[in-house]
Design a binder for this molecule. Structure first.
Ligand code: 13P
Ligand code: SF4
Length: 301
């Protein structure tokens, strides 16, 4: 059995030998965040992936993130260390369902949240993340009917903030959907004087009670400027911020906010991924060229 230090040393050796880079989402286990070259939100990691010139990207996150990295950097070998690490929300709409949804409207604009399959991206006009959703919606010509998939909470938040009428697909993230108004009331009572910072995948009634609504990067930036914050998103971000700011008073809005898929990847998985060069992410060329249009249109904004 290898010690933590031995695992880390071997990962570093592999990283140099394979000319690789390790990217990790903000929800990953701290042991994984510690060995990553970069941690970030979906938008930051996608942008970064498009700019890297390493030969291999080991993506510690969920499948749609690794797929987006492969889409934006097709020359790199992209590995997802745990092949079952998926986002259940991304599975809430298929390309066929989207085609049927679209067929009910005349020349609609489809905005797909990056938490979606590559096939759904291929049938969409533009992609968005929680970090740029308002800019993406505002960029759409005013006379266009907007369809938003798959996250109804992010879509309805964008509709309220931009004043645009948006037709929503009924998908959601079970981790954020489970955070309730009762959780907010309890946390506000327990932590008086704290600000409330939440992710836009939360229910509208929870968002209404927040001081700031932002992507995981936006929430981290808010914490950098405030000393007492209740954080309403997956617990990984809180763990990262508690380590970064040991003197700040930070609390979880819900202790149940745990994404099992984000927590599947361990450092042992990363080491195995390097050793066996698994699991390589591949995308069919035909689907990739159409999906890339929607993602590149987003990145130009
Ligand atoms: P961010 O893009 O805000 O990091 O969110 C990704 C995600 O999956 C939220 O549940
Ligand atoms: Fe998907 Fe929710 Fe997990 Fe984010 S937290 S990866 S949206 S299941």
């Amino acid at each position: 059995m290898l010690t933590g230090k031995e695992i880390k040393d071997r990962i570093i050796n592999f990283k140099h030998a394979r000319k690789a880079v390790i990217l990790a989402h903000n929800y990953q286990l701290m042991e994984v965040q510690h060995i990553a070259d970069y941690c970030g939100d979906s938008l930051e990691l996608a942008r970064l992936a498009s700019q890297l010139d390493q030969e291999m990207i080991v993506f510690c996150g969920v499948r749609f993130m690794a797929e987006t990295a492969k889409l934006l950097n097709p020359q790199a070998k992209v590995l997802l260390p745990v092949k079952e690490a998926g986002c259940p929300m991304a599975g809430m709409i298929t390309a066929d369902q989207l085609l049927e949804f679209k067929s009910g409207y005349e020349a609609p604009w489809v905005v797909c949240y990056v938490n979606s399959s590559i096939e759904v991206k291929a049938e969409s006009d533009i992609c968005c993340t929680s970090g740029n959703v308002l800019d993406v919606i505002s960029s759409i010509p005013i006379d266009k009917q907007i369809l938003f998939v798959p996250d109804r909470n992010l879509g309805s938040y964008a509709a309220r903030m931009t004043g645009r009428s948006i037709i929503l697909w009924e998908g959601y993230c079970n981790v954020h959907e489970n955070i309730s108004v009762i959780d907010v009331e309890r946390a506000k009572m327990k932590y008086p004087g704290y600000s409330l910072a939440v992710h836009p995948e939360c229910r509208p009634e929870v968002l209404e009670m927040a001081d700031i609504i932002a992507s995981t990067r936006g929430l981290a930036d808010f914490v950098a400027m405030h000393d007492k914050v209740i954080i309403g998103t997956e617990l990984g971000l809180l763990h990262q911020l508690q380590e970064e700011y040991p003197d700040k008073k930070l609390a979880a809005l819900s202790e149940k906010a745990l994404c099992v898929n984000m927590k599947r990847t361990t450092v042992t998985d990363v080491l195995r991924a390097f050793k066996n060069e698994e699991y390589e992410v591949t995308i069919s060329e035909e689907v990739a060229s159409r999906a890339l249009k929607a993602v590149e249109r987003m990145l130009r904004i």
